[in-house]
Design a protein around this ligand. Sequence first.
Ligand code: HSE
Length: 298
Amino acid sequence: PILSVKAPATSANLGSGFDAMGMALSLYNVFDLMELLPEGEFKVEVIGEGTGSWDLSLSQENGVVKSYLAACEAMGVRCPGLWLRCHNAIPLSRGLGSSATAVVAGVLLAAEVSGRKASQEDLLELMVRLEGHPDNVVPCLLGGVVVSCFGDQGLKYLKLPQPPRDLMAVVAVPDVMVNTREARSALPKTVSFEDAVFNLGRAALLAAAWSVGRFDLLSFGMDDRLHQPYRSKLFPGGEVIMDRVKSVPGCLGVAISGSGPSVIALAKGSPSLVAQAMCGTFMEHGVRSRFFVLHCPV
Ligand code: HSE
């Protein structure tokens, strides 16, 4: 390839940090630029996740191509076409940020191919605009655990200290897909003052606990009333899985990953009991699942 972009999976929200907290995970999509083509021509090959499920490789519909074209337009540059080979390891539509990897890759390719000098801040803002929320693309580009806020005043973010290597993220991925757009439309337009205060305290505590390494406070800090109570109804086992997993020894906290249906548990020690509780719960609800034991790359 002329150029390769390697982009990690991400788990957004971490419970209470809806649209704000996000964590990079050691599972990657790799996008190889094989050749530049004449303007308007795109060829996309997909290897791995998504192969054969639908026409993901339909070039104009491909997420990387879409964000590449949108980025070229936003930068006001004319860009050549691309021949891309996508090696996808991140399961699709499971709340693990696979679409964020496509956004990040498309924007980076546009910047590189056009030779347009852009700061990291500008590129990040463009990525957030294309994705609609910051909590996947920001940790996808920067790695680690990041708190980010996006609004009229642009993007503000802060990367938190790297967790210790023995802190693992156990991610259970059920064999059902949940579309982020639908999972967002399942949320209420307004929430009670009480629920807002509930989340505010927990999200602040979660970020503070992460910053000073008080991992014993994660579980409490990850509790959420803004989105999980609604989204846990969207996939089999969702309403019981978090309580089950929370009580497993070694589990430091559990949440729906992004908009679901994957579930992420942070754990120390042996991850197998945590994984068993997660996949066992899915199984009891009639869904097969697989699990990954990951760490948080820098
Ligand atoms: N914060 C976003 C949401 C993440 O929960 O809808 C989507 O992956």
